[in-house]
Design a protein. Sequence first.
Length: 340
Amino acid sequence: MNIPSQIATLLAGIVLTLISLWYGQNHGLMPVAASDEASQVDALFNMMMTIATGLFLLVEGTLIISAIRYRRRKGDNTDGPPVHGNIPLEIVWTAIPAVTVLIIAVYSFEIYNSMGGLDPMVSHDHHHAPVAHTNSPGNPGKNLLALDPSRGSIALGLGASPEHQGEVVPLSVNVMGLQYAWLFTYPESGVTTGELHIPVGQEVQLNITAQDVLHAFWLPEFRLKQDAIPGRDSQLRFTPNKVGQYPIVCAELCGAYHGAMGAQLFVQTPEEFQAWLQEQQAVASNETQDKTVAANSAEMSSNEFLAPYTQEMGISSKTLEQLHSTPEHMAQHLAVSNQL
């Protein structure tokens, strides 16, 4: 049975579309999504995979069909028909990539903007004017840039989505990148550690900078990456939604041991996070007390320094005094003893 070419083309297009849509949603190439923002990035990636699969099948299918259908037959030594060009076909294969790139560009911009990215329509000077995020008086949801004289750098990065601009972030952590480690400081509690701990279900703000060279703070499972730039602050705001342990990777070549620069991010329940934070505060408090004792002990007399220990051992302060008497006192005691 001969199927008309129009119907065959339509059926092939339907099959190609169904295969592309299925693979675009079931490719399994992305790691687990551990933040609310990850779903938006995954949606963009799935769309690109769908388009790429369709184009791959279309191009490769056309090549395979053409190679089989128009192959040289046995005993046929004649030349093929001269073909000068096909303007409609050239228009089609030029228009399809152009439209595809335009669609992806618009969609990716919308996702970046919804995640709190900078608005490229607002002009700003990266070299002279320190700025910070503010809200437009006429449009509270608009993400603008404004002068901030209290800061000597520009706040760059993914912040709050437009509908959450101006809201207070429950947890803020300062992130410092240096060769070859990440340091995390919790300003409110004064805790500094080499691991990042955050509670699940609560928005977190990371204030990222670098001490020496360029680094890049990358959270694969959160679909977030931000440059750490010396002398300039950058920002990440996100909401973790899965308890677990996740790697923190430096995605910027920063030196000979760049490959070993990493840390761990622990997403915990609010109760576990508070317990961890209190434990770290206790450790920091003990270290401070030890340093204070070490600093003050040099100013203490021998009796004052040993008093707490001698009390535990049952040694009286009078005995301790006699043990630490000066040579003159000892000589006087000996003289009295001899006279007796």
